[in-house]
Write a protein that binds this ligand. Structure first.
Ligand code: P1T
Length: 390
């Protein structure tokens, strides 16, 4: 796969630094300024320079949105205050009685949003445990309006076939939305594979430095129109400083992802050789059931690894406490390595009977591999594994 849609004159790394980021028209500032203003002075009622009020639009946010659209190969992007605010905006296009089909393995907060916010409003989600397109097809009904997937999934790193699931969604008359947070647009561009909408928690790889929470939705103008209405009407927008931090992080996405990919592949390969570990979930390993598909639809395999320790929950708890460079923390995609326990942290809001059968239980540990020296990361994991037998 190429990072660059055929119509793009510049490559991905160039667009990350320049798209939407021309010199400031009033001052010549080379870097997009933080337009810290809630409102914009008008020359006469309705006569203005394109901005009226920062909920409806702000130049710093507009620069971020233009850059994000370019990197995902989308006509437009809309930025939100968090990844879940972005997901909510997409789900707000559904009406009571509408249904959606989703992969069962997904971020716990997305499951909570579907079950605790949207289901009581009459929007019904049906989940497939399997990752094959036929299992999605089996759950579609004439009421299905949306198909929602993550790939790679959080936390089991399943790889779903975007092209085939897009075909299934379109045959059912539904829209396919892909939460591309785990891959980042450097590693995977779902719109080029046939998806209609892309959703991101920009908190993760896009921001890249664990210093800002944000989200985004990308897609064609026609589908983004009602979502933009919702963005302004409901108001979950990022402030200009958050938009600026996210844009600053985005400039180095290509560089960072190369290192995340390389570090994670090296660590996953090494972890697979360790006797303390029962299973390594990483799409870059030949042992991963989605390895060939990942090779076709991704550029690299990303920076996320999950592992299952032979000693189950007790071993996982010891391991989580024993790492030093890998910080025990929720979130992912930053330059620093993190370690987390999905069952009690990111996926705790999914009832245990819903997640345990698929393996999101006390024995599962998730690693967000950062961009540090890989030798140091390996040494940190090695000393933590060695402490399991003390
Ligand atoms: O945290 P927020 O920016 O609202 O993004 C939510 C979200 C959406 N989609 C995916 C795939 C995610 O992983 C997340 C957030 N996830 C974590 C905080 C986590 O540690 O998995």
């Amino acid at each position: 796969m190429s990072h660059d849609p055929p119509k793009e004159p510049h490559g991905f790394a160039t667009r990350a630094i320049h798209a939407g980021q021309d010199a400031d028209p009033t001052t010549g500032a080379t870097v997009v300024p933080i337009y810290a203003t809630s409102t914009f002075t008008q020359e006469a009622p309705g006569s203005h320079k394109g901005y009226e009020y920062s909920r409806s639009g702000n130049p710093t946010r507009a620069a971020l949105e233009t850059c994000l659209a370019s990197l995902e190969g989308a006509e437009r992007a809309l930025a939100f205050a968090s990844g879940l605010a972005a997901s909510t905006a997409v789900l707000s296009t559904l009406r009571p009685g509408d249904e959606l089909v989703a992969s069962a393995d997904l971020y716990g907060g997305t499951y909570r949003l579907l079950e605790r916010v949207f289901r009581p409003m009459g929007v019904v989600a049906r989940y497939t445990e399997a990752s094959d397109p036929a299992s999605f097809e089996a759950l579609t009904t004439p009421k299905t309006k949306l198909v929602w997937i993550e790939t790679p999934t959080n936390p089991l790193l399943q790889i779903l076939d975007v092209r085939e699931i897009a075909r299934v969604a379109h045959e059912a008359g539904a829209v396919l939305a892909v939460d591309n947070t785990f891959a980042s647009p450097y590693v995977q561009r779902p719109i080029g594979l046939g998806a209609d909408l892309v959703v991101h928690s920009t908190t993760k790889y896009i921001g890249g430095h664990s210093d800002v929470v944000g989200g985004a939705v990308m897609g064609p103008r026609s589908l983004l129109e009602p979502i933009q209405f919702y963005q302004n009407a409901a108001g979950g927008v990022p402030g200009p400083f958050d938009a600026w931090l996210t844009l600053r992080g985005l400039k180095t996405l290509a560089l960072r992802m190369e290192r995340h990919n390389a570090n994670a592949l090296e660590l996953a390969t090494w972890l697979e050789s360790r006797g303390e570990i029962e299973r390594v979930y990483y799409p870059g390993l030949a042992s991963h059931p989605g390895h060939a598909l990942a090779g076709r639809q991704m550029d690299g395999y990303g920076g996320m690894i999950s592992i299952r320790l032979r000693g189950g929950g007790p071993a996982a708890t010891r391991f989580l406490k024993a790492t030093r460079l890998f910080s025990l923390a929720e979130s992912l995609g930053g330059v620093e390595s993190l370690i987390s326990h999905p069952a009690t942290m990111t996926h705790a809001s999914i009832p245990v009977e819903v997640r345990a059968a698929r393996g999101v239980d006390d024995g599962l540990v998730r690693l967000s591999v950062g961009v540090e020296d890989v030798r140091d990361l390996r040494a940190d994991l090695a000393q933590a594994l060695e402490r399991l037998s003390e």
